[in-house]
Design a protein around this ligand. Structure first.
Ligand code: GLN
Length: 386
């Protein structure tokens, strides 16, 4: 018997595949975006204590009360955004599951969902899994700004939502207040939802992180998704969440319940502690990322890559066309094998078959200094080899 048709319409994650390619060739892994440095010590201790303290059974489906309270409190303090932890917040197994649950809970077959391109590869399959149609609106290179006219042109009477991701993966673009206001204005005019995926909200070098839900008229039409993975360097803990109106949260919680029942109970307990860290924790997080960005950025330019300096998140989305005329997959695999640096081919951030991604490759710089030093040393061979 054949596998279900829906599984034929999207492919395996290229980001995850490139980590396997990196391991195969023993390459420095700058592909999948996960930190290779330790998480905060006190959260490790809190997780061990939670397990020893017998917090090892299912938590409440939509998240342990302690963690929900901590998240709601963060939104109030940091963004002046009221969130009712009892009715508006659903903790899930990562922003990945939160996003899939939101799509499955809110879209019907045939609904159109606008996605800015390039985009984090999950949004396409998320749309396909609920039989919605992804409609792609280009961000404009080289600085990846968004063009309001292109967005307006993409809207039809089937459009239900706009997916926003700022700071943006893979380009590092941080949507400005003007851009956010325009998106809000369009969403209100056409009665659309905005699903915003904010896992890099604390990794910001330029500009400010704006929660679009806080703009006038947006609270009820926004679903705010974020993750603890990048903020606390715990991508393997699988903790993320979705904030939505109480009515929408009821649907999101139902989907989440039958997909996973809930996120890991002892880890939720421990993660709540993270939100009690002082502001200096977050300042240090983004300062250290800025140092990593600046350390790798120069050598990448020297090697011949072209890119907009990321204003947030932890990636360089680099145009390699001055180095090689190969397509992105050939180039990324060659780099992993021959140079010893693994990256993610650009086409994984564009719709299937799109030509635009073929001259890009993505470098992740969420790595410790020694890892980046090794990468820089290997990249210095690049010029001599092409
Ligand atoms: N968001 C990270 C990336 O873009 C990790 C993706 C993943 O494997 N979940 O690389």
């Amino acid at each position: 018997m054949a596998n279900a048709k829906r599984t034929h319409t999207f492919s395996e994650s290229v980001i995850r595949e490139m980590t396997r390619v990196a391991n195969q060739y023993g390459a420095v892994n700058l592909s999948q975006g996960f930190p290779d440095f330790p998480m905060p010590e006190s959260m490790k201790e809190a997780a061990i204590a939670a397990i020893r303290g017998d917090i090892n059974q299912y938590a409440i489906t939509w998240g342990s009360k302690k963690l929900r309270n901590a998240i709601a409190d963060k939104y109030q303090r940091r963004y002046n955004m009221p969130v009712d932890p009892e009715t508006q917040l659903t903790v899930a197994c990562g922003a990945t599951e939160a996003t899939a649950s939101v799509f499955l809970a809110l879209f019907n077959p045939g609904d159109e969902v606008i996605i800015f391109e390039p985009f984090y590869e999950n949004y396409g399959p998320d749309a396909i899994l609920c039989e919605a149609t992804p409609v792609f609106v280009p961000l404009v290179a080289p600085d990846w700004h968004f063009d309001a006219d292109l967005l307006r042109k993409a809207i039809t009477n089937k459009t239900r939502a706009i997916v926003l991701n700022s700071p943006h993966n893979p380009t590092g673009h941080v949507f400005s207040r003007d851009e956010m206001n325009t998106i809000a204005e369009i969403a209100i005019k056409h009665d659309l939802l905005v699903i915003t995926d904010d896992p890099y909200e604390y990794i910001l070098f330029e500009g400010e992180h704006i929660c679009i839900a806080t703009l006038p008229g947006m609270a009820d039409r926004t679903i705010t998704i974020s993750s603890l993975s990048k903020t606390f360097s715990i991508t393997g803990w699988r903790l993320g969440y979705a904030i939505a109106s109480a009515e929408r949260s009821t649907a999101i919680r139902k989907v989440h319940d039958f997909l996973t029942v809930g996120a890991p109970a002892p880890l939720m307990e421990a993660a709540a502690l993270g939100y009690s860290y002082p502001d200096s924790y977050y300042q240090q997080l983004s300062d250290e990322y800025r140092e990593r960005r600046d350390f790798l950025g120069g050598p990448l330019r020297d090697a011949g890559f072209k890119f907009a300096t990321p204003a947030g998140a932890y990636y360089f989305f680099a145009d390699f066309s001055d180095i090689s005329k190969d397509d992105d997959v050939t180039f990324a695999k060659w780099m992993a094998r021959e140079i010893g640096v693994a990256t993610v081919p650009g086409s994984s951030f564009f719709r299937p078959g799109a030509p635009e991604g073929k001259k890009y490759t993505r470098f992740a710089f969420c790595k410790q200094r020694t890892t980046l030093e090794k990468a820089v040393e290997k990249l210095s061979k690049l010029k001599a080899m092409v």
